[in-house]
Design a binder for this molecule. Structure first.
Ligand code: IMP
Length: 423
């Protein structure tokens, strides 16, 4: 195995952190290739819980180096905070963390703009994480971005920052938002710079050499396919492409080097932020699943919206990413339910309609077709063998496999590192 991608096939928060951590055991490199600190991955180690927003989830494995490659947008303060937490755990990150100079920076005015745009949208707000992600990526594609590359040359950085900050302050003024204090921010960034630069190195050559040496490289997708900037019900999206193909642009590794794509699917659906969620559950059951699944945003703490598993959407995600195997997470959360549903198609005006042909207005109006399964009604969190799962549980899983035409390789039945079943 050389290059292996792990992706979330829903609206994010599928439980990828634990799965990446599991696969990372055999990896030489674990790479984040898109998104920013709008992502949040949880890894549970014994009685300690770690939240990573930027640092790839495999960081705790002795043999794995972690790479933040060029597709990622970096908030220096957040990254330094994660570095500090890991150093306090005794990790020598100088030997483990590599950051691409091509990464674009999330700068203070991006966060102000994110907030200003959201406030201006009023009741139509998108529910962004307010981390400056959209404004940072839009600067990237409009040639206004500033990268780690510029940060390496302080004079150049200062010049770019002053120019951009002045422009952004004019925009902020139109929203009646106080301007960014340029000299104060420059002082802070100068301090961050000296702490970040030791980790900066060209990640393309590093990764291509690793591919050529047949090293094990794990590419960790952030967010979920339904948030992809092209394939979501835009604008209810995030600002990066989340599909497997983004790993090529985000790392430089050619797609034909990818040997396996693992799709992570939560046994139900969750979503933070606005936008249509076809299989959404609105009653007490929503609150019950949210409570038992601790479905609150890792990054923002917001309560997540809850729905039944939407197989129509997940089928699209399997197809567009050529997913080779599935991991089903949080199956234990459904254990006490008498009946479990899964969305198996969409109907609009009496006709079948596919996920890919829907925009947000179709997704909001359509009626999902549900299939109902008998619940298994027993705790499965202690089970470690597939054969020992209750029959009703195996029936639910077999249906998912048949519908998606992709084999399930792993089922996660709890947050702890060892709470999983290989199939
Ligand atoms: P942004 O990425 O902060 O611009 O937010 C855009 C949308 O994507 C919002 O609905 C966010 O809640 C959602 N989003 C972004 N990243 C994640 C994630 O990692 N998990 C779940 N939702 C996310």
């Amino acid at each position: 195995m050389s290059v292996h991608i792990v992706l979330g096939l829903q609206w994010g928060d599928e439980g990828k952190g634990k799965i990446v951590d599991l696969f990372a055991k055999n990896s030489d490199y674990v790479v984040r290739y898109q998104g920013g600190n709008n992502a949040g991955h949880t890894v549970v180690l014994g009685d300690k819980k770690f939240f990573f927003r930027l640092i790839p989830s495999g960081i705790f494995h002795k043999n794995a180096s972690v790479v933040i490659s060029n597709g990622v947008v970096i908030d220096l303060e957040v990254l330094l905070n994660e570095i500090r937490i890991l150093q306090n755990e005794g990790l020598d990150l100088r030997k483990k963390l590599i950051i691409s100079p091509r990464c674009h920076l999330i700068l203070p005015y991006h966060k102000e703009l994110d907030l200003a745009y959201e406030n201006a949208r009023g009741k139509n707000k998108l529910g962004t994480t307010k981390r400056g992600i959209g404004p940072a990526y839009s600067d990237k594609v409009s040639y206004n971005g500033i990268r780690v590359y510029e940060l390496q040359d302080w004079k150049l950085f200062e010049q770019c920052f002053r120019f951009q900050a002045k422009m952004k302050n004019k925009i902020l003024k139109t929203f009646s938002v106080p301007p960014v204090n340029i000299s104060r921010e420059l002082k802070k960034i100068k301090e961050y710079r000296s702490k970040i630069l030791p980790y900066v190195e060209d990640t393309y050559e590093l990764l291509i050499n690793a591919v050529n040496k047949n090293k094990n490289i794990l590419l960790e997708g952030a967010h979920g396919i339904m948030l992809d900037t092209d394939w979501s019900p835009y604008p209810f999206a995030t600002a990066s492409n989340t599909v497997a193909g983004a790993s090529n642009a985000g790392t430089g590794i050619p797609m034909n080097k990818v040997k396996k794509v693992t799709g992570v699917v939560k046994a139900f659906t969750s979503r933070v932020g606005g936008g249509p969620l076809p299989t959404e559950i609105h009653d007490d059951l929503c609150r019950d699943i949210r409570r038992r699944g601790a479905e609150y945003g890792t990054t923002t703490g917001r309560p997540r919206r809850i729905g039944w598993l939407d197989l129509e959407a997940v089928k699209f995600a399997c197809d567009i990413n050529n997913v080779s195997e599935l991991v089903i997470t949080k199956l234990d959360i459904l254990s006490s339910l008498k009946k479990i549903k899964a969305g198996v198609g969409y109907m609009l005006h009496g006709r079948k309609i596919s996920y890919s042909s829907c925009g947000y207005s179709e997704l909001a109006r359509l009626k999902p077709v549900f299939k109902t399964f008998t619940g298994w009604g027993e705790d499965i969190s202690g089970i470690r063998k597939y054969s020992e799962l209750p029959k009703a549980c195996k029936d639910y899983l077999s249906y998912i496999e048949r519908f998606l035409k992709v084999p399930i390789k792993l089922v996660s039945v709890g947050a702890e590192r060892n709470q999983y079943i290989r199939k």
